[in-house]
Design a protein around this ligand. Structure first.
Ligand SMILES: [Zn+2]
Length: 256
């Protein structure tokens, strides 16, 4: 569906429009103390983009408090401020994409995040599947995989240091069999060879849900990077159920 195009000019009653929305939202989904959240949207260089975004957000019921176009790294981005107590970043990103496929949420600042922290994952390991999912869901699809890899790296390195760094450091592929695979088995059933690891039922994957498999890519990479003799190993996700493959497979490349 292509939304109708509405141009906002100085006389446009955006705030009057918003005043009515606020009443409608009170007592419904927006509870708690609202805070100001600034959202940066790229792909909004064309004239009229600011007005389109502002009108769209107001129509969707977001409490819009301000909007401006700013230059960032030579490109124009739109910054909008919303006063909300909770922001579903994934939903907002999807809504903006439905307005124009060019619009991408590049950052959300000031949001009171309900998402778990990386420290929460470290504390609760290996009981972290729901935490990782919640963490993944707190990012838009544009940045989710990257953020999951980074979180996974930190948890993998943390776990290696905590539980697997004692004794003589091991090289690949022995390190894979004796340390990484046992560490992964605390998360789910794993099949491994000297150059790959397969999870036929990865708890981080699954169709119809947000795939958080990149957390494991990061986890394995961080784990191996933390080992003195496995730092030359690169982890690559080769197959994923969420992409239609029958399983999730990660391959390892390393020099012997
Ligand atoms: Zn997968």
């Amino acid at each position: 569906m292509r939304p109708e195009r509405v141009n906002i000019h100085a006389t446009s009653p955006v705030n009057a429009h918003f005043a009515g929305m606020e009443v409608a939202l009170k007592g419904s989904c927006y509870s708690g103390v609202p805070t100001m959240v600034t959202i940066t949207i790229s792909g909004a260089g064309k004239s009229g983009a600011l007005a389109r975004i502002a009108t769209f957000l107001v129509r969707k019921g977001y409490p819009l408090k301000g909007q401006q176009v700013v230059e960032s790294a030579g490109a124009k981005v739109v910054k909008v401020s919303l006063e909300v107590s909770h922001l579903d970043r994934t939903k907002l990103a999807a809504e903006l994409r439905s307005l124009s496929p060019d619009f991408r949420v590049v950052s959300v600042e000031g949001a009171e995040s309900a998402a778990p922290s990386i420290k929460d994952m470290a504390d609760r390991f290996p009981d972290i599947v729901s935490l990782v999912r919640a963490y993944g869901e707190s990012f838009g699809s544009e940045s989710r995989d990257r953020e999951l890899v980074e979180a996974g790296k930190k948890i993998g390195a943390f776990l290696y240091e905590k539980e697997w760094s004692f004794g003589s450091p091991l090289r690949m592929p022995v390190a894979l069999r004796r340390t990484l695979v046992p560490a992964l088995e605390t998360l789910g059933k794993v099949d491994a060879s000297d150059t790959d690891v397969t999870l036929s039922e990865s708890p981080f994957c699954g169709t119809g849900k947000i795939a958080c498999c990149e957390f494991l890519t990061g986890f394995m990479q961080g784990f191996l990077d933390a080992g003195p003799l496995t730092q030359n190993t690169r982890v690559h996700k080769a197959e994923c159920k969420a992409k239609g493959n029958p399983r999730c497979t990660y391959t390892f490349s390393y020099d012997l």
